[in-house]
Write a protein of this length. Sequence first.
Length: 131
Amino acid sequence: MQNQRLVVAQAGEPVALLCEQDDRSYYSMSWYQHKPGQGLKLMFFSDDANSGDMGKDFTSWTWKRPDVLKSSLSSGSVQSVDSAEYLCTVSLTASRPEHGDGTKPHSESGGSWWFPDHHILYGEQTNGTAD
């Protein structure tokens, strides 16, 4: 379960995304970023609590995984490039997810669960006046 289905943020604002689940047998957890017209990008993979690997393209994000049942991603200062859908998955397997056709991760053994996605929208700040 992911909270906050829609997050609207201005440039420079902090954002935190949370994923929680309730079955300890699904101990692997991954986060993906999806932008329109692109395949999913693996942001973070964890095979247990307090361990994980953040993707090299996501150095502005930090992760926490205090328990097998939950994880979070946060950015202290989002930018327009962060406008995307963010998806959390859990799996029975401990192996890093692979991308079959570039659009959907799959696991060779065990099941996977997809959770509803987060949407982060970047909003241009306006002064509220009309021309």
